[in-house]
Design a protein around this ligand. Structure first.
Ligand SMILES: [Zn+2]
Length: 394
């Protein structure tokens, strides 16, 4: 059994150990040591990373009760080996993990809400609590209380107790482990069985932010972060808000109103555009119908139309005339619609011809085909005219 040094001192960064066993795990060299500082993924907390005698440790897992260090290469043949954990990553997880305990205490003390589980990820952490819903005011209250506990800089200590003594203690959650239980005690705040890594006083957590919530099977999952990670996220958010503020030419307080006003205006413009398109559609349809009087195949390019608008136009034109319509709307990609109301014509010949010239994607029925291809500029109309000749000779 590996001695878990991280349980004794979360702040130790380097250690020496002897290799007990080597094996391949999922194709990677892995070692089991007589002692380790590397925290394995467990209890909702992600693994440490770092190096063993200069070789990268990219994952640390528990298999059959033993800790295995997964390595980027074989270890050099030396003893003892020297280990060093990735300290910024470890300290970040110590801040997140301790923030979880503080939040769980806040939910318990302030709201009488039970904590169900947690997950400490690399970007965000989550805490699942047993309640049907949480309002923004309630989340703000828990967040404020949790941060007060941070500012009070309460001590955090690990202590052990016999499993049979656990029910006599004011623990937040019982444990079904058979042996001695490791308890994490935040002074006058939270007592919880836990094998993770924590900071020594709540002040080191720095800051706790609840970012949002979602409903998960009758409980609520709150997304949170703490410490340096939280500061970086707030800095990123601040930068985005500043950029938005400059784009909208307004301050933070007026931003929701400015965004709503812009969306309302956009909605009006969209409606006006739809009305204009409906009017233009009549004009374009009449024009296509006029051309269809003298041609069996009508080629037209409509710059600026969307693929949906082009489809609508082709549908209308082919319903009102028996000609073949080869329409295109050049944009970043060019939209094509080939349509006819004349029975017995398979417009796949057009698609097949174009696909010998350009990279074109799409399909449809014999009388109505939609596709898209690259923007080929001035070559577009000649290409469609070539296809028109093929169709005219069918
Ligand atoms: Zn813990």
């Amino acid at each position: 059994m590996t001695r878990r040094i991280f349980l004794l001192d979360s702040y130790q960064r380097t250690f020496s150990a002897t290799v007990l066993e080597k094996r391949l795990i999922d194709g990677s060299p892995a070692v089991r040591l007589d002692a380790t500082l590397f925290y394995p993924t467990s209890g909702g907390q992600m693994n440490d990373r770092g190096h063993l005698s200069g070789v990268e440790v990219f994952d640390v897992i528990v298999r059959e009760g033993e800790i295995w260090h997964l390595l980027a290469a074989e270890l050099p043949d030396e003893s003892p080996i020297h280990g060093e954990i990735d300290w910024p990553r470890r300290f970040d997880f110590m801040q997140q993990h301790t923030a979880f305990h503080i939040l769980a205490g806040a939910f318990s003390h302030a709201m009488k809400i039970e904590t169900l589980s947690s997950h400490l990820g690399e970007t965000f952490c989550t805490i699942d609590v047993k309640c049907p819903d949480l309002s923004q005011d309630e989340m703000n209250r828990v967040e404020t209380i949790a941060n007060q506990v941070v500012w009070e800089n309460r001590t955090i200590k690990a202590q052990s107790c016999k499993s049979e003594d656990l029910p006599k203690l004011p623990v937040r959650k019982l444990s079904d482990l058979p042996n001695d239980i490791r308890l994490i005690a935040i002074d006058r705040w939270d007592l919880d069985p836990c094998g993770g890594t924590h900071v020594a006083s709540t002040g080191e957590v720095g800051l706790i932010k609840i970012w949002g919530k979602e409903r998960i099977r009758g409980s609520i999952r709150c997304r949170f972060s703490a410490g340096g990670r939280c500061l970086r996220q707030l800095q990123e958010q601040g930068k985005s808000i500043q950029e938005l503020s400059e784009i909208l030419s307004t301050g933070l307080a007026d931003m929701p109103r400015a965004v709503q006003k812009t969306l309302d205006e956009l909605s009006k413009v969209k409606k006006a555009n739809q009305m204009l398109f409906a009017q233009f559609l009549e004009v374009w349809c009449a024009d296509l119908a006029h051309q269809a009087l003298s041609k069996t195949v009508v080629v037209r390019v409509f710059p600026g139309l969307s693929a949906d608008e082009l489809r609508l136009l082709a549908r209308r034109a082919s319903q009102e005339s028996a000609a073949v319509f080869l329409l295109a709307a050049p944009a970043e990609r060019t939209a094509f619609v080939f349509a006819t109301g004349k029975p017995g014509i398979d417009l796949h010949v057009v698609l097949n011809h174009l696909s010998t010239k350009i990279d074109i994607k799409g399909g449809g029925k014999a009388d109505f085909i939609q596709c898209s291809g690259p923007n080929i500029g001035d070559d577009l109309e000649p290409l469609l005219e070539q296809a028109a000749l093929i169709v005219a000779n069918l």
